[in-house]
Structure formats: C-alpha cells, structure tokens
Design a protein around this ligand. Structure first.
Ligand code: ZN
Ligand code: ZN
Length: 343
C-alpha cells in the first residue's frame, strides 16, 4: 500500500529546538540556520523508497468515503493562490512546496516572546521587534499528490501540520508536547503587543518558523468569496487540502459539524466532485488541526529522529519550551480584556 512520505521541516525544526532558551538569541539564530539548512536537508530523503502502489484497496467504503482510495489533488495544488515566495512543483506521486518560510502578509511591529527555560512556570515576555525575528530560511516540504484517507487518525505532533499559501506553516493547537496549552486561548497582550498576531500566527521563541494556530484571517479575508465554501489556503501534510471555516453555503462551519480531525467529505471550489478536506474553526478548540485523517508516516522525535537525523515535528521532547508558556497549566500574565484575535 502506498504510504505517503512526508519529509518536512527537518532542518528548521532542528534549529528551532536549539534556540528555545533565552531571549536575546534572536540575532544569532539567523546566521545559524542558513548553515544548518544546507547540511541537513538531504538526509531526510532516505526513506523515500516506499513503492507507490495506489490500487490495492479492498475497502468497500461508500460514496462518503475516500477511504483507501487515492485522491488526486492536482487541481488544488494548481489552483491554490500561492504567494510569490512559494514555489510548487509536481513530480509523479508527490509534490514539493518550497518557500522562504516567512508569511507573505503584513506582520505587527513586535511580538511577545517568552523567555525562561524548562521549569520556569512564570515566564517573562519580552516585546521583540519583528525585524529581528522570522528570518528567511528555506522550507522544503514534500507532500503526497494522491492522499489516501485512513479510518485511523494519527496525531499531528508539535511543530507539524500544514503548508500555507502565504509561505508559512500551520502548527497544531498546542504550544507544548503535552497538548495542554492551546495557543489561541492563551493569547497574551502586554501594552498592545501580542503573543499571537491578528493572523493567529507567531514565530517560535527563536524567531524562526512563523506558524499559525488558528484561522489566518489575513489570508482567508483575501481569498474567500462571500456565500461560497472557503477557498483553499494550504495542505495538511497528509496531502489533503485545508480551508477556513465556511461551508458550501458560505456559512460558518463549527467543530460539531466536523470529524475528530476537523475534516469532512464534500465539495469545495477546487474539488467540485467532493474530497476529504480540513477546516480551521474558531468556535471552540480545536481551532487548528490536531490529527491526520490521511495515511501518513509520522517520524516523531524518537530519540535520534530515524535515519534522516531530522526531526520533522519540531522541538525535541525536552526542549519544546521555545514555543511559549510552560506546560504546567500555569498561565503567563495576560490581559484579559485584550482578547485573542480569533475570538
Ligand atoms: Zn468543507
Ligand atoms: Zn506556536
């Protein structure tokens, strides 16, 4: 059976994992990463030897199910409104997303960046100039062109998720490997500077890997069309397409209408015949996508990161702190009135 292979984020994640510690590291990371990215990227090619055999299915899944069948996403890859910093190329069973990892839309002047190491349950936030954050770092992600629905969901680890048309990435809901801190609900504002921006995005504490944790309104506001199903904004790493929160009638879609991975089968502008696809939502958690419903080989951070040496899912188990507040449920100081952008 064809197992879509996704190699993602290896390089950048590696770096990110190393830089979680303290503020003031931002300037050095920019130079670090260019070196690392060139040396690390080829490694992950190794497991790409799965032989594509897409036809095996015996599943008698009814019309609703794309289960076991390959779904051709070429139309979506071609139709997506990729920004200028993104290149996509289709190559047989896979396609490749290449960007500078930076979001193409406007960013606030500053972000609140947490400092403090593991065990620090009262992190300090420092307003940090965006100019010193979010360097351009090549991001190369290979995705299956013909994703296959799986009955069995697979958790999306920290730091993994989707590629977005802006050039940046989507992460799952969480800021911690324990899956306890939901970024969108943990928005912190100090003197008008936010942990998350108005696009529900932010960089890691290292300044790298700008990513979204919820609906990127600055993107959906541009690409969505009134009274229609949301327009494609990216692809989850299992290969299935990702959308904002509008259903076929252009009405807001809620979590209750979606499966456990925030997906469903139905027509979209790019796939009028219907396809399994994901929706970001803003009525309640999950806001982002926390599991794959497509077949995927997740190489999670098990020690050495496998043959590739890469760590596709972000910060290492011990050092996942770069993201933000501590995993203890201790909330950082927050401005209750400021409100998260998504709510
Ligand atoms: Zn839909
Ligand atoms: Zn985050």
């Amino acid at each position: 059976m064809y197992i879509p292979f996704v190699m993602a984020l290896m390089v950048i994640s590696l770096i990110a994992s190393a830089c979680g510690s303290s503020s003031g590291e931002n300037t050095t990371t920019a130079s670090e990463d260019s070196t690392t990215s060139t040396t690390e990227s080829p490694a992950a090619e190794t497991s790409k030897s799965e032989s594509p055999v897409a036809e095996t299915t015996t599943t008698e899944s009814p019309a609703e199910g794309s289960t076991g069948e390959a779904n051709d996403t070429t139309a979506g890859v071609n139709a997506a409104q990729w920004s200028d910093n993104v290149e996509v190329s289709i190559d047989g069973e896979t396609w490749t997303f290449t960007s500078d990892s930076r979001p193409s839309h406007e960013l606030p002047d500053q972000y609140l960046i947490p400092s403090g190491g593991p065990g620090d349950d009262d992190p300090m936030f420092a307003a940090t100039d965006t100019d010193t954050l979010i360097p351009a770092v090549e991001l190369v992600v290979e995705l299956p062109l013909n994703p296959v629905y799986s009955e069995e969901p697979t958790d999306i680890p920290l730091g993994q998720g989707a590629v977005i048309i802006s050039g940046a990435q989507l992460y799952n809901d969480f800021e911690d490997t324990e899956r306890s801190i939901i970024a969108v609900e943990d928005q912190t504002l100090i003197d008008g500077v936010g942990f998350l921006d108005a696009c529900n995005g932010h960089p890691l504490a290292s300044g790298l890997n700008y990513h979204y944790h919820g609906i990127p309104y600055c993107i959906t506001d541009v690409v969505d069309v009134a009274d229609q199903h949301s327009t494609i904004i990216g692809f989850i790493l299992d290969g299935f397409p990702l959308y904002g929160n509008k259903d076929v009638d252009g009405e807001v879609i809620t979590n209750a209408e979606l499966d456990e991975c925030s997906g469903h089968v139905g027509p979209t502008p790019e796939f009028p015949e219907g396809i399994y696809h994901y929706h970001l939502t803003d009525d309640a958690a999950p806001y982002s996508i926390n599991c794959y419903h497509g077949e995927i080989e997740v190489v999670s951070g098990r020690g050495g990161g496998g043959g590739g040496g890469g760590r596709p899912d972000g910060p290492p188990p011990g050092g996942e702190r770069p993201e933000g507040p501590p995993p203890d449920g201790e909330r950082p100081p927050r401005d209750g009135e400021g409100a998260p952008p998504a709510e």
